[in-house]
Ligand binder design. Sequence first.
Ligand code: APR
Ligand code: PHB
Length: 389
Amino acid sequence: MRSQVVIIGGGPSGMLLGQLLHRKGIEAVVLERKTRDYVLGRIRAGILESGMVDLMREAGVADRLDRECFTHDGTLIAVDRDMFHVDFKALIGQSVTLYGQTEVTRDLYEAREATGAQTIFNVEDVTIHDADTDAPHVTFSVDGQARRIDCDYIAGCDGFHGVSRQTIPDSVRREYEKVYPFGWLGILSETPPVNEELIYASSERGFALCSMRNAALSRYYIQCSLSDSVEDWSDDAFWDELRRRIPEEAADSLVTGPSIEKSIAPLRSFVTEPMRWGRLFLCGDAAHIVPPTGAKGLNTAASDIHYLYEGLVQLYEAGDPEGIDRYSERALARVWKAERFSWWMTTLLHRFPDMSEFDLRMQRADIDFLRENRDAQKVMATNYVGLPY
Ligand code: APR
Ligand code: PHB
């Protein structure tokens, strides 16, 4: 079998690229290791930058998003028992969109199914061959049968644990990583959100975040130890701890209820360079990971997809390889800035186990400066709403 592009991984990166290419008449097969239900069962962050929303529009999959999303013009930062507002709209005239990333993936799946474009699920042993030549191909097996697809280009959208990144030889690949000494324990509950906008809270007991999916569905997180397991945290223990980490007025109005999902995620910053090797292009989590503080995971994946999509269209429509030749450089330039912002927000708001009294004073000074200084708030707002592509 032959396809112009093979996309490895049917997460949001792969599905968005597939849909955009389909609209331009460029054929792409998506290979996904899991089932559709498995992919759509993963709960992810809920903030979309305007660049991501524009891509959803361009892909023709923004109808439900336009109906159901919420616009957030700012966010709250809480320190111990105090709170201040960072008003993105007033500071820089921009906002962010609240819409669950799982819903983004669902919309992309539905759109792809409607086009009849091919997605092959439950693939095993995906292997990329000859990516550094002009005639690459991908082999895999499905239902015990060996398959092969010859193609022009391969998009490695297979997440942090995928095969695409590993295909790039060690002699070419450079990896940069920071692992944080804590995790996030998150719960989803069918309760009204405690506040209209998100509250990012720094407290002596550790970080907490109050987020939401809609008026009846809330998402909360607390910083936890890496040795904790979900079983260590009853719902009551979670709510008690959350109340202790957020300002009193929020704690008093918090509506609690049974969790419908509870999970722990470790925090990591990671970048691999280059993001292109021959005819293989890495996108999204396959190339970089951010800690969730600031919700840049899907949004950095979206900018990769934008650059690769533009490059492939430029190539197929005008025969001009400039866009794909500069893909890695362009994508990385933006990725590193999102990495810096996520690292900064994480460092600003979390309690690190080895912090000295000096470190604590530095952190406090950084937060106080943000509270008092409009320019500092503008810098935060500019990064939070998303840097231009
Ligand atoms: N073969 C085929 N598919 C694979 C393979 C493989 N060897 N390895 C992984 N996959 C699939 C996974 O099952 C998953 O569905 O690739 C997909 C990768 O999806 P994500 O991990 O969600 O990565 P990405 O699409 O880049 O998502 C980017 O969106 O929702 C956010 O937090 C998420 O930051 C992430 C961002
Ligand atoms: C979420 O809603 O899950 C969320 C929001 C903002 C973040 C991280 C997660 O920074």
